[in-house]
Structures are given as C-alpha cells and as structure tokens.
Design a protein around this ligand. Sequence first.
Ligand SMILES: Cc1cc2nc3c(=O)[nH]c(=O)nc-3n(C[C@H](O)[C@H](O)[C@H](O)COP(=O)(O)OP(=O)(O)OC[C@H]3O[C@@H](n4cnc5c(N)ncnc54)[C@H](O)[C@@H]3O)c2cc1C
Length: 332
Amino acid sequence: MLMAALSLVEAGDEVMIVDRAGEIGGAWTTLPLVGLSSVECGVHLLENRPEFYAALENQGVVLQRDQHCQTYWRGRPLTMAPSRVLFHLLVAGNALRQGEMARFSRTAVSAARSARHLTTPFRYPAQGCRELHQSLAGKLANRGVVPELATEISVINVTSSTGVRCTTVGGMMAADRVVISSRAHAPMTIDGRRIEKTLERNRIVTLIVRGFDPARPVSSYSELIGDPLLKRARDVSAFCRPKLDAGAFVLAVQLRDRGEQALAQHGAEAILSHLAALKLVSVQAQLVQSARCEYAYSTLSDASLKAIEHQSCGRVLTVRTTDFADGFRAVG
Ligand SMILES: Cc1cc2nc3c(=O)[nH]c(=O)nc-3n(C[C@H](O)[C@H](O)[C@H](O)COP(=O)(O)OP(=O)(O)OC[C@H]3O[C@@H](n4cnc5c(N)ncnc54)[C@H](O)[C@@H]3O)c2cc1C
C-alpha cells in the first residue's frame, strides 16, 4: 500500500495515508522486542520476480542476495527456486480441495511464475523490513505525505458524482478517490447501497527467539513444509539494533496451531528444542529471551475487490496484495 501511495504521488495526486496501527508497515512492521529494536515480527520471503525487485529498487529499497534460503521437505533440504513451484502447487491443491477457486487460480499462477524463474536468485532488503518502511516512508515524507496513524476508518461512503467520505473516530475525511487493498479496507456504501463483501479472517502467530549458540548452522529463510509445529523461520539477527555479539542470534519463527499449543504448554524452550531437531540451531543453543507476536487481519476476496472497483465509477481503486510479489500493480 505504501508503494501504491508512492505511485499516486509520483503521478501528481495529493495523497493522505491513514492507518489504524500506531506504526506504518502492516504485516511487515518491525518493533522493539526481546530487548532489541527493529525486530521483524513477521517471517517474510520476497518471491524471485525480477520486475517486482525492480519496482522496489526504483523506490529506493536496497536489496541483496537472500543467501542460504532453503525449503525443508519433511526435514530434507531442497533448493529454494524449484521448491517454490512445489510450495505453490501444494497451496493450489489445498485450495482446490476446499473449493476455493480464486485462491486456486492465484496460487496456480504463482506456481507457473516460480517455474519461469528457476534461475533467478532470491533477494531481500539489505537491512530487513525496516529498509522497506524507511525507504518508502522517507520518499513519501519528502513529498509532504506523513501518515495519519492510530486512525481507524470505520466506514467508507462513496458517492459516484461527488467523491468519498471516510468516517473515523476523530471525524470525517473527504477525498476524490480512495485506495483499498486485500487487507486494508472498511465497510463500504456506494451511492447509498451497502456493499456485500467476501471476507476471510485470519491471524499469524510468530515467536521471536533471542538466543546464544556458538555453533549455529548458517541459514537465512527456511520454509518448513510438512513440519507439525513450524511453518517458516528467518534469521533476523543482522537487522536488529544494537548489533549482536558473536554467537548471539534472533530467529523469527512462524507457528502452526500445534506449535502454538507447544508454546503455551511447554514454553519457548520447547520451540528451541524443535529448532535444534530441525538443525536450524545447534544442540548447544541457549534461550536468552522470547516474545510472542500476533498479527490479525481480514482478507477481501479478489472477486470483491474487482466488484467494488467496477461499481464505484473510478472512486475506489484496489490493489491485490495477498501475494505481495504477484499481486502488486501500480495504481493511478
Ligand atoms: C504476517 C504476514 C507475513 C507475510 N509475509 C509475506 C511475505 O513474506 N511475502 C509476501 O509476498 N507476502 C507476504 N504476506 C502477504 C501480505 O499480505 C503482503 O506482504 C502485504 O503486507 C500486504 O500489504 P497490505 O498493505 O495490503 O496489508 P498489510 O500489510 O496487512 O497492512 C494493512 C494495514 O492497513 C491497516 N488497516 C486495515 N484496515 C484498516 C482500517 N479500516 N482503517 C485504518 N487502517 C486499516 C492495518 O493497520 C495495516 O497497517 C504476509 C502477510 C502477513 C499477514
């Protein structure tokens, strides 16, 4: 959404950014956690799409090779690029079994795109997620756009002939047009008609593990297909501030339901032991501190996004951000 805001500003629009959170970044927020600042509280991978990397770099985000990213298929390491095809096909297969046709076609497209990029290296912001926010927010600030934070939009009323009015606790905001995304939206009326939308509510739970491990194996991002407790993990040590001493590490680990249960029953030590069994840390690893983060969100279906844009006579622009790299398109 920050990228969408920038493309509008660059096209000459006057832009206002509104977020109910106290910081910008949404799912990519970094927070002070485990006694450090700038800790990534989600676990992220930027898909290897050259045009997407170019779009980020054009906005001033410095990317570097995401070395040591790997997929573990039932504990066995697989090379990242071909395994992304497998990953997207598995998700597409699940969607098909559950009759979710929009998710099926979206992930099947991602599988085909991954197959086209078998030799394209993966890249990640040189300073982690913080790099995304700082570059994008810095560019927006240079153009006089400062986000209005801690401001929830509770209703969006669109009138095709006159414009858009957004209701917030602090009052009404008027605009010519409004941009919403799969995960940044609000109840809406268009010319007095309430818009029915298909919404999926979800949450992602991440455990931030700060520890000490004199013999830690090298890893960056690990996709853990078929693991009962964990979904994915990223070593975010290099991005935290202040810089860590030798042997110290911070891992962001995304939990499955059973991982959450293990955490609740046996504490972060249980997750650390599991990471040692997966060889993401050594058996000598010691826990220093941990923090549980939860990100709750609701996703608008692709069909709802399209229908809203279609019905709003150009007053509502939509950006599909469900799969960041494959969903992004410039708006304007
Ligand atoms: C934890 C997590 C990890 C992810 N990791 C990846 C990844 O590694 N790679 C990838 O390609 N994709 C990933 N995704 C997909 C993700 O959807 C995109 O990466 C991207 O963050 C979506 O951008 P967005 O701005 O639409 O939504 P978000 O990043 O979720 O941000 C939405 C923002 O809108 C605000 N908001 C929502 N509703 C309102 C309202 N009514 N009023 C005011 N503010 C509102 C929220 O506070 C939030 O800050 C991840 C998603 C999640 C949830």
